[in-house]
Write a protein that binds this ligand. Structure first.
Ligand SMILES: [Zn+2]
Length: 509
């Protein structure tokens, strides 16, 4: 009797054990950079930060060990490579990174689903549509049945191959990208949700012939704010899983550089309606996009900043914004600043210049130390099309040594010029604090940026954006486009209205 009971319980446990569903195996891969093809700069492999395996969890706070999402799947983080925006990626760098990603991806087979984390505006020497190439190689490993959810920057480009091979595809809805984790999480939540339900039945893709710089399409101001706010309500209907608007990227010259709207889900009618209504909305407000801050020539910006008593008065050195793809070493602005009589005397208005690469000057500063005098050329090692390397002659105020990028502050008249070993964006207050610069008390801060990052924006007394020269020149009419589709707004102001009709993209199977 006892034995029969024992056998019954064992059999029952066996059945329960068998029916407990195994967790889905979800891989994570990615590559992210934004590249200006109008810059002579190149991005090599050593400029990428590469995260492999469990190191990748730090990139996704929503997948922290105690998170619900982490428990819902067997996560297989594969490899993520990302770099500060810059020039085109060399073909060797791309091949090496993708080869390693693919090898690691093979090791984790099989997968039920894949989260693909890309920026979408990478350019690679000799290759058109690199993200389309990347996903094709990923598909080559995992096959066509595995469900892939792609999350992108809204400044990325969505070619039809990328749209076709991504079963779910979305992008940020805020610029600056304060919602980057929210968007990635949305892509992951939708992915897990569709593992059982299957791939969405319909994907609509709309070609929108608009190419605008990010500095005009921030969602902090209209019409970007309302345009992007219109997405979420459309995703509430039963037949739509998600929808997205890509502004795309204005400083690369491929056929895929144009705005795109997508929507996908299980109702063809609702998906098409959502995508077309967003595209129409975008087209209808095209003339309303303005720079997010008053924009003028550098001279006008400086005159305004010098007159103002608000501080710190930020001036964006927009043309060479390294976070948009500028080389970050254009000396045009610094050359102009050094000519201004207002900054020649030590008791003039205090101006911080952030920043310029100058490894030779950094070396000299290390020799003479704080308080010592330096005289050395800086900048224009990569992009010297607008100005030559500029000679800085001044006193070393600060040295912050680091293994990969030592920084030096050189006092020239009333200017404090930050000189770095290699180019570096200045996004955070702590970057200035670390150099003892007390940025809130500075009169003027000139920074190689377009729109200010959240922290700098919050710190500003006032702000203007200067039309300066560089690889991400904001005067798009000046760029020598050859590869993009024409007509394109605003380059061809006389163009007739586009169809804005949704094209249905094949389901990958
Ligand atoms: Zn972006």
């Amino acid at each position: 009797m006892k034995r029969a009971l024992f056998l019954m319980i064992t059999a029952l446990l066996f059945v329960v054990g068998c029916t407990e569903k195994p967790k889905p195996r979800v891989g994570v891969v990615g590559i992210a950079i934004e590249c200006s093809t109008f810059s002579p700069a190149r991005t090599s492999k050593d400029m990428f930060r590469v995260f492999r395996g469990d190191e990748m969890y730090r990139l996704y706070p929503f997948l922290s060990e105690d998170s619900t999402l982490r428990q819902q799947a067997e996560w297989l983080p594969v490899m993520m490579s990302s770099a500060t925006p810059g020039g085109m990626v060399t073909s060797e760098a791309y091949e090496e990174l993708v080869d390693e990603t693919i090898e690691r991806l093979k090791e984790g087979m099989p997968y039920d689903a894949l989260f693909l984390d890309i920026h979408g505006a990478m350019s690679v020497e000799g290759l058109e549509d690199p993200e389309g190439d990347f996903i094709a190689r990923v598909r080559g490993v995992v096959g066509r049945d595995v469900i892939i959810s792609t999350c992108m920057d809204l400044h990325g480009c969505v070619s039809k191959p990328l749209a076709q091979m991504s079963d779910l595809i979305t992008c940020y809805r805020m610029a600056p990208h304060e919602d980057r984790y929210i968007s990635k999480k949305r892509a992951v939540v939708n992915l897990l949700d569709r593992i059982d339900k299957g791939k969405p039945k319909y994907k609509a893709w709309v070609y929108v012939p608009i190419l605008l710089p990010g500095e005009k399409t921030s969602t902090r101001v209209e019409p970007g704010a309302s345009l992007y706010a219109a997405i979420e309500p459309l995703t509430q209907s039963e037949g739509v899983i998600d929808a997205a608007i890509w502004i795309s990227y204005a400083w690369a010259d491929e056929p895929r550089n144009h705005a795109v709207v997508m929507a996908y889900g299980d109702s063809e009618q609702e998906v098409v309606a959502a995508a077309q209504s967003l595209a129409k909305r975008f087209w209808d407000v095209r003339d309303e996009f303005e720079f997010v801050a008053p924009t003028a020539s550098l001279e006008e910006c400086l005159t305004a900043a010098l007159k103002s008593d608000k501080r710190p008065y930020f001036v964006s050195d927009m043309g060479d914004n390294p976070t948009a793809g500028g080389a970050g070493d254009v000396t045009w602005t610094l050359t102009e600043l050094l000519k201004r009589p207002e900054f020649k005397k030590p008791n003039g208005k205090r101006l911080i210049y952030a920043s310029i690469p100058g490894p030779a000057l950094v070396e000299q500063a290390l020799k003479v130390g704080v308080g010592g005098k330096v005289r050395e050329k800086v900048g224009a090692m990569v992009d010297n099309r607008y100005a030559e390397p500029v000679e800085l002659s001044g006193v070393v105020e600060t040295i912050v040594e680091s293994e990969d990028n030592t920084k030096v502050v050189v006092r020239v008249g009333s200017m404090q010029v930050i000189v770095t070993q290699t180019r570096r964006p200045y996004h955070y207050e702590r970057d200035f604090d670390a150099l003892g610069l007390n940025p809130r008390e500075a009169d003027i801060i000139v920074v190689k940026l377009g729109y200010l990052t959240e922290e700098l924006y919050a710190m500003r007394g006032d702000w203007m954006m200067a039309q300066t020269r560089g690889g991400v020149d904001q005067e798009l009419e000046k760029l020598p486009y050859r590869g993009i589709h024409r007509p394109m707004y605003p380059l061809d102001p006389q163009m007739s209205a586009p169809s804005l009709k949704a094209e249905m993209i094949d389901i990958c199977q």
